[in-house]
Design a protein around this ligand. Structure first.
Ligand code: NAD
Length: 294
């Protein structure tokens, strides 16, 4: 079997088009333009690149983005003061603090200081709790985008399917498992201490790999026809000195056995930013008292 490719790039483009229409409607009917604030500390080139591409996508969808680029030496008090100001500003619907933070700042404290209503990353424990208890809340963007791709491949009824999630981070693995439980899947969550991981992954009708280990998941781990979602983004050096991006799944061999597979790049990555836009637009609708179907 050769897997069908799940084109995250095309799906994300479609989602952005829909969101642009949602923004237009909000502007016309409520005179409100969604606005997200990006807070970035320090000079990390990768973080600057991420913020730049997020801001570009905002412009495409019609969302206002405001950048707060602060020195790495910014104190805890200065950062918390900025977050309080943004929390209290009714024209700001979303706040995103780009991670990782400089070492002197406590990531958990900073995330907790963002108003849960403006937590467009879906990282606040209040929102993680709402997801776990089945209430509507901003959902972490990467798992949300991954679920959309699974629905796109398998249809919206995932009842009874065995989903295996590899990775237990707060931002990908755990919320992914919660989302799949809410879809009535039977969910197994594997991590670095899981024993005989290959035999567990081989039970999955759906496999989501969010590990950060280049091409860890082999074809021998995969059930024939499974839907494989590769969240990993790993840069590997090639013998000629150049480098390329690979996922957590050994793509070329797994695609011979899976039913559906996401490529890296062009799979989950574009969905993450599109879902950030979605969470921002939903927050702006919510500020107007309207629930945008997440
Ligand atoms: P993390 O480092 O926080 O978590 C990795 C998880 O993998 C841990 O729970 C760990 O227990 C598990 N793990 C490590 N080694 C393992 C092994 N050998 N077998 C089984 N489990 C193992 O990482 P994260 O933030 O969840 O990100 C995971 C990957 O996804 C990274 O490659 C990251 O770059 C990528 N990522 C991509 C996007 C995107 O937009 N596509 C977004 C977030 C993260």
């Amino acid at each position: 079997m050769t897997a069908q490719l799940i084109d995250g790039k095309a799906f994300a483009a479609h989602l952005r088009t829909q969101l642009a229409q949602d923004v237009q409607r909000l502007v016309q009917e409520h005179k409100v333009t969604p606005c997200v604030s990006f807070v970035l500390l320090g000079d990390d080139p990768a973080s600057h690149y991420y913020i730049q591409s997020k801001a570009k996508t905002c412009a495409e969808v019609g969302i206002i983005s405001r950048d707060f680029k602060l020195p790495a030496s910014t104190s805890r008090e200065e950062l918390l003061h900025l977050l309080t100001t943004l929390n209290n500003d009714p024209t700001v619907h979303g706040i995103l603090v780009q991670l990782p933070l400089p070492a002197h700042l406590n990531e958990r404290e900073v995330i907790n200081a963002i108003s849960p209503q403006k937590d467009v990353d879906g990282f606040h424990p209040f929102n993680a709790g709402k997801l776990a208890t089945g209430e509507d809340a901003p959902i972490a963007c990467t798992p949300l985008g991954s679920l959309m791709l699974i629905h796109h491949a398998l249809g919206t009824n995932l009842e009874g399917k065995h989903a295996v999630v590899i990775g237990r981070s707060n931002i990908v693995g755990k919320p992914m498992a919660q989302l799949l439980i809410a879809q009535s899947c039977t969910v197994t969550l594997c991590h670095s201490r899981t024993r005989d991981i290959a035999s567990i992954v081989a039970q999955g009708d759906i496999v989501v790999a969010a590990v950060g280990r280049p091409e860890l998941v082999k074809a021998s781990w995969i059930k024939e026809g499974a839907c494989v979602i590769d969240v990993g983004i790993n840069r590997v050096q090639l013998p000629d000195g150049s480098s390329r991006l690979v996922g957590d799944v050994a793509f070329e061999e797994v695609r011979q056995k899976a039913g559906w597979i996401t490529p890296v790049p062009g799979g989950v990555g574009p969905m993450t930013i599109a879902c950030l836009m979605r969470n921002t637009v939903a927050a702006a609708y919510e500020a107007c008292g309207i629930l945008l179907n997440r």
